[in-house]
Ligand binder design. Structure first.
Ligand code: ZN
Length: 133
């Protein structure tokens, strides 16, 4: 547990606040945060930025055979979401009626448990998204 918790906490701002990067040179937002702007490389000027909480689904899939740690949740929906600032993020869609999960649907960030507790009993929390009317 001692080895696990610090890692989770180190990633906490990214998972909880949805903190990404914004390049002041090309005005693009990125998530997860980048060390180097993929557009500008050395000329890029990245700053830390909290991502918007809402966006829309641009692609999604239903997962029937999830990886270890997510078996209890199957089947579930995984979507690529374009946030209000244009950054794209891969996330699970929860608390939404299946017929409302479609391309173009508006979604909002929620805070949920991620997967099942690991062998040390550590529970990880993070962002997921739900469809809003
Ligand atoms: Zn840039």
């Amino acid at each position: 547990m001692q080895n696990i918790a610090p890692l989770n906490w180190r990633r906490f701002p990214e998972r909880y606040l949805l903190r990404g990067s914004y390049c002041e040179n090309c005005k693009q937002a990125f998530f997860p945060p980048r060390a180097i702007c993929p557009n500008c490389r050395r000329k890029g000027k990245l700053v830390s930025m909290e991502m918007p909480r809402t966006g829309k689904i641009i692609s999604y899939t239903k997962v029937y055979s999830p990886p270890e740690g997510f078996r209890n949740e199957a089947p579930y929906y995984l979507a690529i979401i374009e946030l209000e600032n244009g950054a794209r993020i891969l996330s699970q869609i929860v608390d939404s009626e299946p017929e409302k999960i479609k391309i173009g649907a508006k979604v909002r960030k929620v805070f949920r448990r991620i997967g099942e507790p690991d062998k040390y009993g550590t529970i990880t929390y993070g962002y997921k998204f739900k469809v809003i009317e």
